[in-house]
Design a protein around this ligand. Structure first.
Ligand code: SF4
Ligand code: SF4
Length: 244
């Protein structure tokens, strides 16, 4: 399968990149679901009913989500699936995540300062400060540098394309826009003391980045892997909630 940003090049607009991402997610989700299904089917018992002592069993569809009696071999399988998903499978996904994040070091920041000029959060400044007081590290870092824009128009004026895209993504919940006053003449005036959120940006390969960000190349290189990981993680949680 192609990378889902494969139709994009450096000049492709953020909106087109977003459309590519959406259009390909369904396909990637199916791929993830099929891969998990194969893994758990590989240890499904073969014809255990032939040796079963339970009388009058009416279960016809023997899939992983069926309700089985406690001493049924398929129930043992379900429990093995749960152990597998919470253990080996989850560890496999963690390794994939580590690998994706490790590839970020092949790229370096172009110091365009777009991420200092426009940051978005689903939390208001007050909420972020409350979360910081409760020990949330990300919020603590965030409020140590960012302050809110007075109006959305002010935020939009800084990077209209990025603003529109972020707005499009969050149609149902309110979001808040921030900037860092430590940016002076497009340079960080407190570079040595900048917090981890600045040092580690971008923290997520699925995050939509400003088009000037050099880490878009990293995003493109890991896009399929990252979307597959997200789909598998979502499916894993679905299985675990259904099988408990
Ligand atoms: S502290 Fe420096 S690197 Fe971090 S957002 Fe502010 S200007 Fe940018
Ligand atoms: S947007 Fe990307 S390239 Fe620009 S300063 Fe931030 S991390 Fe660096």
């Amino acid at each position: 399968m192609n990378n889902f940003f494969s139709t994009s090049d450096n000049k492709t607009s953020l909106n087109n990149q977003y459309a590519d991402l959406k259009n390909n997610y369904e396909q990637i989700f199916v791929e993830a679901a099929e891969s998990i299904r194969k893994e758990i089917s590989s240890f499904k018992p073969v014809n255990p009913c032939e040796k079963c002592s339970i009388k009058d069993c009416k279960i016809e569809k023997k899939d992983v989500f069926t309700a089985y009696p406690p001493n049924c071999s398929y129930r043992d399988w379900q429990l093995k699936v749960l152990t597998f998903l919470a253990g080996d499978y989850k560890n496999k996904l963690k390794a994939v995540y580590k690998n994706i994040m490790g590839k970020k070091s092949d790229y370096s920041c172009a110091q365009c300062a777009s991420c200092c000029k426009l940051a978005v959060s689903e939390y208001s400044y007050t909420q972020l400060k409350q979360r910081a007081l409760k020990g949330d590290k990300f919020s603590k870092d965030f409020v140590s540098v960012f302050v809110p824009y007075e109006t959305e128009e002010d935020a939009k004026a800084v990077n209209p394309e990025y603003f529109e895209l972020l707005n499009k993504l969050v149609t149902e919940e309110k979001v808040y826009y921030y900037y860092c006053p430590k940016l002076k003449d497009n340079l960080c005036s407190d570079y040595e003391n900048r917090p981890d959120i600045c040092r580690e940006f971008p923290h997520n390969p699925l995050k939509l980045l400003p088009s000037s960000c050099s880490f878009n190349e990293w995003k493109k290189s890991v896009a399929h892997e990252a979307m597959l990981l997200k789909a598998k993680t979502d499916i894993l949680e679905f299985y675990r909630s259904k099988l408990q």
